[in-house]
Write a protein that binds this ligand. Structure first.
Ligand SMILES: [Zn+2]
Ligand SMILES: [Zn+2]
Ligand SMILES: [Zn+2]
Length: 274
């Protein structure tokens, strides 16, 4: 399996769309790994995690090939993860070459957003089919067994994160969530483990959270807990991702702090083969 991070920022992007704070100013000056677009990742070449407003930018500048995607998982409806208008562009006359039926999964809030922007939930002509997925529900799409888990995030919708298994390997992609709950851990014990790669929210970096997002200390605690319970082992790769300017660290510092806790800090374009 392979995971590529195309967007590694929180909702405001980094530098923030309208922000000129010191950390955004420094990110603009330094460039490189400090430039973070909004949240998106790809597993292998065909399973996409979220469709942010920077989706098109990722195809232009980061080499994302959307024509190969067969499965799309939405975590929740927040604007940095869910730009549903692009789904309409799968069909004729907007794409002359996408002849597949993209399998799209998400919660009820994502469903409403798709309906509002595309006026449909898919079908043969649309080139996508939407499936509402509930926490602790498993679906099979292509070579993947996908299980949704309940995120501790916005209270006005059922936010999700995902366990994605292919053969004996499994990725846990846990962003826009606080600390893992007893319910999450119970579900994970029924799935493919030890996890091959765990991608943990780190929006808050220096700041502790656990109730809506996570900081570095929260992420490190999740790592230890997964190891203690045997859901991860010494071979598991831990990544921290989804960073906000409010967390107080530029990439170099995040990377150093993450490394000291046995984790890798993501950056836009980072690709890991697992
Ligand atoms: Zn987000
Ligand atoms: Zn800022
Ligand atoms: Zn969110």
């Amino acid at each position: 399996m392979k995971i590529t991070y195309y967007g590694t920022a929180a909702g405001e992007a980094w530098p923030g769309v309208f922000c000129e704070c010191e950390l955004c100013r420094k990110a603009r000056e330094l460039g490189g790994k400090n430039i973070r677009t909004r949240s998106q990742a790809l597993i292998n070449d065909d399973l996409l995690l979220d469709l942010p407003p920077d989706n098109y930018l990722h195809t232009l500048y980061y080499g994302l090939e959307l024509g190969k995607v067969r499965t799309l998982l939405f975590t929740h409806s927040h604007s940095d993860h869910c730009y549903t208008a692009d789904l309409e562009l799968l069909r004729e006359p907007y794409s002359h070459t996408y002849t597949h039926n993209m399998q799209v999964y998400g919660n009820d809030a994502v469903e409403q957003k798709i309906k509002a922007s595309c006026r449909t939930l898919g079908g043969d002509r649309e080139r996508f089919s939407f499936h509402r997925i509930m926490p602790n529900e498993t679906a099979v799409s292509g070579p993947y067994t996908i299980t949704a888990l309940r995120a501790t995030h916005a209270k006005d919708e059922t936010c999700l994160f995902y366990h994605i298994a292919q053969d004996e390997k499994a990725i846990l992609y846990a962003h826009d969530t606080g600390a893992l709950t007893a319910e999450n851990l119970e579900t994970l014990t029924l799935l493919v483990t030890p996890l091959t790669l765990v991608s943990l929210d780190c929006t808050q970096q220096k700041i502790r959270d656990g109730k809506y997002h996570m900081g570095l200390a929260d992420a490190a605690e999740q790592k230890e807990m997964l190891l203690e319970r045997g859901l991860a082992d010494a071979r598991t790769i831990f990544v921290v991702n989804h960073f906000s300017h409010n967390g107080g660290m530029l990439h170099e510092e995040i990377s150093r702090e993450a490394e000291s806790r046995g984790m890798i800090a993501s950056y836009d374009g980072m690709c890991l083969s697992i």
